[in-house]
Design a protein around this ligand. Structure first.
Ligand code: SAH
Length: 598
């Protein structure tokens, strides 16, 4: 499925922030990118030209709150390459003008109208067809697909040259368009699931109105039906892709036998017991449609058409029912919203937000958040994950019971929701990923639904990495990460590990260094370390790194007191080789541990 990337709103100064925030409300997952040092928003950038080029090259829609000329000059070097062309708009920073610049076929005019409506101004539309007809004929709404863009362009230029058109089929979105219509016209806009036959007097638009139900646990599908990760050895992935391609080919043949266009397909429907079968996911990807699941009952008839009976909530006509090939096709009168067909495979994605600032969150985590229906986690982190959409359910909790939270996540995901569990930093470092896996291992034997959940863990920038990077490279040689919290392990183990790590001359990163409940433990820990390390050993203290009001200090081990540290601090204790020198900027220093050892 073509996934719409949320637009980036790019601003240069504080004067544009209010307008930017108003536009932001229109688009899910949309962030405001602000020039560092001038204004703070969601994502900082340092250089406008480089930033716009980067966004453009990734196909991210751009809403730049600055002069149109600046935007054009910035992206100009990329324009000769006709590859991706995301929508690009310039908006006056006071919201008084909305100018679509690029991405006509990617919906820039639709965005211009949306933004202009929100700002109560008129968009500066310059596309002849749109001006004349009040809509972009080549940009049908969701649920419809244009058969052939080149033919579409010819068709619109014929209309602009003065011809009229008939409309055949249901095209409700064209009701208000000012198209030159005539029943006797040579040209026709035809809305049909049937494949275009190549006639150049027709503009064919396909409603996504066909559902293909498939029951073959396809040939080539070995024992992999039970796995619930999508990774694996290459050869097995290749096998799944190959059997996915075979299933897709069977569906295409069935469509073809009825003269139906592949673009008319709304979804691939399969039995729920195959939820974790990667070959079916690969078939759906191959056909570029969502994969949906149904659990037919005895009253639903014989496979594969029983799937249609169990899952389709609109009247339809069964066009094709071939039990041997395992394919049945249903045709509805209008486009079908795939979300209403059966149910989706539930997903649970465990993400790390990084230390705090949006630019230190990996893009895969942002994507997971954008796609989430439900977000779970400790309240502070859920807030950090925002802005969230009104339709996203937040299950914020102060609940310290990690296992309970992990089970809750599986319960939600196994009903077909897309659940994201948030941790700070990296989810696998003293955070939720391990609890989620423990819950799965414990619960899966009694709960087959949990095993069908599509589980993924997305890494993040851990506090030790973020702190180390600000200080220089104190983790440049062997190091270890230790949590000083004895909530989940006995203090005696912590002491033992500290002693061994200190003796082994490892650099040590302390997580959870201190808390109100255990104020004296850090001092005890430091006493142990001091038995093995010189008082001059470099220690880095990073507090709230990547968040507002962050501080970074270096201090000698001999001078470090537990009052210098709190629960929001990362403590990195250097090894015997960790060194520092003045950074020559602000009286601070670079700290690093050389790559070599004597
Ligand atoms: N999963 C997290 C760690 C959770 S444990 C990660 O990978 O970073 C919580 C501890 O991490 C805190 O007590 C503190 O020691 C450290 N920490 C988390 N975020 C931090 C930040 N932004 N700055 C400094 N330390 C941080």
């Amino acid at each position: 499925m073509a996934r719409l990337t949320p637009p980036a709103i790019v601003i240069l100064g504080a004067g544009a922030l209010e307008t930017a925030r108003r536009i932001q409300m229109l688009y899910a997952g949309c962030q405001v990118h602000a020039l560092q040092g001038r204004v703070e928003a969601d994502v900082p950038y340092t250089e406008l030209r480089a930033h716009l080029c980067d966004l453009y090259a990734r196909g991210t829609p751009i809403i730049a709150l600055c002069a149109a000329g600046i935007v054009i000059r910035c992206v100009a070097p990329l324009l000769s390459n006709k590859g991706v062309e995301p929508p690009v708009l310039a908006v006056a920073e006071d919201g008084s003008a909305v100018v679509p610049l690029l991405g006509g076929l990617a919906g820039v005019n639709v965005m211009a109208r949306e933004i202009a409506a929100a700002l109560t101004v008129s968009p500066a539309i310059t596309t002849s067809g749109e001006l004349r007809f009040g809509t972009c004929v080549l940009n049908p709404p969701e649920g419809y697909a244009l058969a052939d863009i080149a033919q579409g362009k010819r068709f619109v230029s014929d209309l602009l040259a003065g011809e009229s058109t008939r409309i055949e089929g249901e095209a409700p979105w064209l009701d208000d368009a000012q198209l030159p219509r005539s029943e006797s016209a040579r040209l026709a806009i035809r809305v049909t699931p049937r494949a275009w036959d190549g006639r150049d007097d027709e503009l064919v638009i396909h409603p996504r109105s066909v559902v293909a139900a498939v029951t073959v646990p396809a040939a080539g599908e070995q024992s992999n039906t039970d796995t619930n990760t999508d990774s694996g050895a290459n050869s097995s992935a290749d096998r799944q892709t190959a059997s996915g391609a075979r299933i897709a080919a069977v569906v295409r043949e069935a469509l073809d036998a009825h003269g139906l266009a592949p673009l008319s397909l709304a979804a691939l429907l399969v039995p729920s017991e195959h939820m974790a079968n990667p070959a079916l996911a690969s078939a759906a990807a191959n056909l570029n449609v969502p994969l949906r699941f149904a659990q037919p009952g005895p009253e639903d008839g014989e496979p594969p058409s029983n799937l249609l009976h169990a899952a389709l909530r609109v009247p339809y006509q069964t066009l094709h029912d071939d039990a041997d090939a395992g394919v049945a096709l249903a045709l509805a009168a209008l486009a079908i919203d795939p979300h209403t067909i059966g149910r989706a495979r539930g997903r649970l994605t465990v993400i790390g937000l990084g230390p705090g600032s949006a630019d230190l969150m990996v893009p895969a985590a942002r994507t997971a958040l954008n796609e989430a229906t439900d977000i779970l986690g400790y309240e502070t982190y859920v807030k950090m994950a925002g802005p969230l959409r009104a339709d996203q359910r937040v299950h914020g909790t102060d609940n310290r019971e990690e296992m309970q939270r992990a089970r809750h996540a599986f319960e939600l995901a196994s009903t077909g929701r897309s659940v994201v569990m948030v941790s700070s930093g990296d989810p696998g470092v003293f955070a939720m990923a391990a609890a989620v896996l423990e819950a799965l291992e414990e619960g899966a034997s009694t709960n087959a639904d949990w095993r069908a959940v599509q589980l993924a863990i997305v890494p993040g920038v851990s506090a030790a990495m973020a702190t180390a990077a600000q200080a220089g490279a104190p983790l440049g040689h062997d190091f270890c990460m230790l949590s000083l919290s004895d909530n989940l392990k006995p203090w005696s183990i912590i002491e033992k590990r500290l002693r061994h790590a200190a003796e082994a001359d490892l650099v040590m990163a302390f997580y959870n260094p201190i808390s109100r409940a255990r104020p004296c433990q850090l001092d005890k820990a430091l006493d142990i370390v001091r038995e093995f390390r010189a008082a001059t050993t470099k220690v880095v203290l990073g507090r709230d790194i990547g968040r507002a009001g962050s501080t970074l200090r270096t201090i000698a081990l001999g001078e470090l007191r537990s009052s210098d540290v709190d629960m929001r601090t990362m403590v990195i204790v250097g090894s015997s080789t960790t060194r520092a020198f003045a950074n020559g900027i602000d009286g601070g220093e670079w700290v690093y541990t050389p790559r070599w050892y004597e």
